[in-house]
Ligand binder design. Structure first.
Ligand code: ATP
Length: 234
């Protein structure tokens, strides 16, 4: 678990940077789609809280949770079978009418590049759909190393949410390095929940409780399928 410093204040002071309503969109947010990609190994309350916060602050009627196939930023790291991660994600979001599961990423071969996920979603939902890709501040910090960042930012608005232990990224510096990103990267403040998949897997392996860190249905699934146990990694 990262016990580093708390995020520095976000530009613009308290609360979220307000996004202007995209032209031609109704007040109800039609045409806006939140996209939340992640390993979700397992999905936890940190994920759910930032997706809810982004949906509320940006007026997104829907947020798609898209579990990754093979995450390119975790090469060689053992990732639980996609079928388990998809089922846990479905269970975790089931009680939120705004949240939906998307399997486009797990259903295609090769590394899960965000740029390809966004292209597939534009093909599915229409090129005019305004995609808001949600990520944690830790991910934004490495944005320039993602596969084809210029193409990504052309396809979506990037929404980075505060995460305990990670300082707010300097958006002006990012925009200077990637001018196409100007005005398309947004920082949101969310309630800080210092939870990570890494820590949850370690807790289960050590026989420790994950109660109040993941939804009860996810904890029950992990127990039933004996996931993350030390003997299961052998
Ligand atoms: P791991 O520890 O296995 O790397 P993780 O908990 O960081 O997993 P991922 O599924 O890899 O979760 O993350 C999906 C997205 O959610 C990423 O953009 C990540 O930054 C963000 N995220 C995960 N946990 C939090 C949290 N507690 N607060 C804010 N953002 C988070």
């Amino acid at each position: 678990m990262d016990l580093g410093p708390h995020p520095s204040p976000l530009p613009g002071g308290e609360g979220a940077e307000q996004l202007p309503s995209p032209p031609g969109r109704g007040a109800g947010g039609e045409g806006r789609l939140g996209v939340f990609g992640g390993t979700f190994d397992p999905p936890h309350y940190g994920h759910l809280a930032i997706a809810e916060e982004a949906a509320e602050q940006l007026g997104l009627p829907r947020v798609l949770f898209a579990p990754t196939g093979q995450p390119p930023h975790k090469p060689g790291a053992p990732v639980t079978a996609a079928a388990h991660r998809v089922r846990m994600t479905a269970l975790a979001i089931a009680d939120n009418p705004r949240f939906e599961l998307s399997c486009v990423d797990v259903e295609r071969p090769g590394p899960s590049y965000t740029v390809e996920l966004l292209a597939l979603l534009h093909a599915e939902y229409g090129a005019a759909t305004e995609l808001y890709f949600i990520c944690g501040m830790d991910m934004l910090a490495s944005f320039l190393t993602w596969h084809e960042p210029a193409q990504i930012i052309a396809r979506c608005q990037l929404v980075a949410v505060t995460r305990p232990g990670y300082a707010a990224v300097d958006v002006a510096a990012l925009e200077a390095a990637l001018p196409a990103a100007r005005g398309r990267i947004h920082l949101l403040r969310a309630p800080g929940l210092d939870i990570s998949g890494t820590e949850l897997r370690a807790r289960v392996a050590a026989g420790r409780s994950i109660r109040y860190l993941v939804p009860p249905v996810v904890a029950a699934y992990i127990a039933e399928h004996v996931l993350y146990r030390r003997d299961a990694w052998a």
